[in-house]
Design a protein around this ligand. Structure first.
Ligand code: F6P
Length: 543
């Protein structure tokens, strides 16, 4: 048995689970008028309400003991101090240095990384200023009007999620587009509406040899050169963001047009680096720095708040509670803010690439569940799609609801309707509907039978947490993203896994490279299993 499952803290929590897993949330609220006060926290403009979770006064102390036994505090210090905690890739994990707004020096291999970080931010500011003011001109002397971010994974999802979330802050006259998919539909449809004279391509890739990104970037370059006067025009229309100068040069982008970042920034944590340049261009550098401020404030909270008042720690512990004790398989993220429409997608990568692991830090298979399946959609759209299963299906799905008290827009009616749904769904999930209440509703109606009654019963007692914040500002967004990041980190520490490598994405890439040359001719293929052979041969027949 693993050290984790054998630990006294784990066993105590297991006993506690056996005692309270049937606890009725509605009854607890009736019994304890202080329940909300006990189980909610305020951080700046953000209220975190976790009172609708299946917990009582003893639950958090049990879970906190698990975190302490896993040396969370020491490991948190190690991450912030630049220790090489990504042991398989022999890298530090220092995305927090990118948003370090304090005076603290941060060392990696005996070198303070802060001067390089500040230099990167200054270069981003200078480029933004040139592009916004129009001193940066396209080959025909026109101002840039369209930015195309070409990247995938963390080099796409971060910039896309954040710039979509901050659309109300967009600089007038600038449009942003994202190309990630190798499916040519993505780049063809994007380029169809663009003018090369006024388009700036940002090729974002940590390694700068990712197949999808380089294929899309080469197609963009070809499209551009079909219309540009000469190859030199590339320097006015292509910017690279990467850790790999040589690959950038080989592509044909000069070092002057390259923003560098470092190996100690993981792809899924890179939006804080120059990978966020398209965000900075779209909403302005001041707003990008506000985003960093928000994340920095959340970092400070994570590092200094006691564990029982620490928002990301509590998020993580509740996740462990449901994942490992209730055996919930997934976790749903439900922002009631249309501009957060890519928020769940973003955390799908951040969480599932980080904690989708099945060996511990010593290489032993784990004997407990690690990362959950993360999914979600903005409300209220999701309500008309998958909430049925959340309310009446057989699976336990812990939920996070998020909403702003103020909208950026001012149409009458909408916001209160949106928020009434944000408020009522967690209440409905918790309260459910009893057989008596169903029958009461049916009194006086036409004849009804048991099937109809049963179909209208909601068992309720479904757990959820809610974030209610004043407005989705860059600062608030930065804090919320950092909370989720630290939740992922905390869970990885408890599960004793390396949350910072992603070996699991490699095998599919390697096999795709084997198959690609096999598609170059019409020969019959029989080197794979019969299913893969048949699919390849059918493809060749149909193409
Ligand atoms: O394949 C997974 C991955 O390595 C992610 O971790 C990363 O965000 C993405 O690919 C893109 O990588 P890059 O920025 O190096 O192109």
């Amino acid at each position: 048995m693993s050290i984790l499952l054998n630990s006294s803290a784990w066993k105590k929590t297991q006993r506690h689970y056996n005692d309270i897993h049937n606890l009725s949330l509605s009854a607890e609220f009736k019994l304890d008028s202080q329940r909300f006060n006990k189980f909610s926290l305020q951080f700046d403009d953000i209220l975190y309400d976790f009172s609708k979770n299946i917990i009582n006064d003893k639950t958090l102390p049990c879970l906190i003991d698990i975190a302490k036994q896993a040396n969370l505090v020491e490991k948190r210090t190690a991450m912030f101090a630049g220790e090489m905690i990504n042991t398989t890739e022999r890298r530090a994990v220092l995305h927090t240095a990118l948003r370090n707004r304090g005076e603290t020096e941060i060392y990696f291999q005996k070198q303070n990384v802060m001067p390089a970080v500040l230099k990167m931010l200054a270069k981003m500011r200078e480029f933004c200023q040139q592009i916004h003011s129009g001193t940066w001109k396209g080959y025909s002397n026109k101002k840039i009007t369209d930015i195309v971010n070409i990247g995938i994974g963390g080099s796409d999802l971060g910039p896309k999620m954040v710039s979509t979330a901050l659309k109300p802050y967009a600089i007038a006259g600038l449009n942003i587009h994202f190309v990630s998919n190798i499916d040519q539909a993505n780049i063809v449809e994007t380029l169809a509406n663009l003018n090369p004279e006024t388009t700036l391509f940002i090729v974002a890739s940590k390694v700068f040899n990712t197949q999808e990104t380089m294929t899309n970037a080469n197609s963009a370059k070809r499209w551009f050169l079909q219309q540009a006067p000469d190859i030199a025009a590339i320097q006015q229309h292509f910017i690279a963001i990467s850790t790999h100068t040589e690959n950038v040069n080989n592509f044909g982008i000069s070092e002057a047009n390259m923003f560098e970042f470092w190996d100690w920034v993981g792809g899924r944590y890179s939006v804080w680096s120059a990978i966020g340049f398209s965000v900075a261009l779209y909403v302005g550098m001041d707003n990008f720095e506000e985003l960093l401020e928000g994340a920095y404030a959340a970092d400070q909270h994570f590092c200094t708040a006691p564990l029982e008042k620490n928002i990301p720690v509590i998020m993580a512990l509740l996740g462990i509670w449901y994942n490992n004790f209730f055996e919930a398989e997934s976790h749903v993220i439900l922002p009631y803010d249309h501009s957060l429409k890519f928020f769940a997608d973003y955390f799908q990568q951040a969480d599932m690439e980080s904690n989708g692991k099945s060996v511990d830090r010593k290489g032993n298979p784990v004997d407990y569940h690690t990362g959950p399946i993360i999914w979600g959609q903005p409300g209220t759209n999701g309500q008309h799609a998958f909430y049925q299963l959340m309310h009446q299906g057989t699976k336990l799905i812990p939920c996070d609801f998020l909403a702003p008290a103020q909208s950026h827009y001012d149409l009458p009616e909408h916001h209160d309707i949106l928020i009434s749904n944000f408020l009522s769904q967690p209440e409905a999930l918790m309260q459910g509907k009893t057989v008596e209440a169903v029958k009461q509703d049916l009194i006086g109606k036409d004849k009804y039978d048991n099937e109809l009654v049963a179909s209208k019963i909601f068992t309720g007692n479904k757990p959820s947490s809610s974030f209610l914040f004043k407005k989705l500002t860059p600062k608030t967004l930065g804090s919320i993203i950092a909370f989720y990041e630290h939740k992922i980190f905390t869970q990885g520490i408890i599960w004793d896994i390396n949350s910072f490598d992603q070996m699991g994405v490699e095998l599919g890439k390697v096999l795709a490279k084997v198959i690609l040359p096999e598609l170059k001719n019409d020969n019959i293929i029989n080197s794979h299993d019969s299913s893969t052979n048949a699919l390849i041969n059918k493809y060749k027949q149909l193409r």
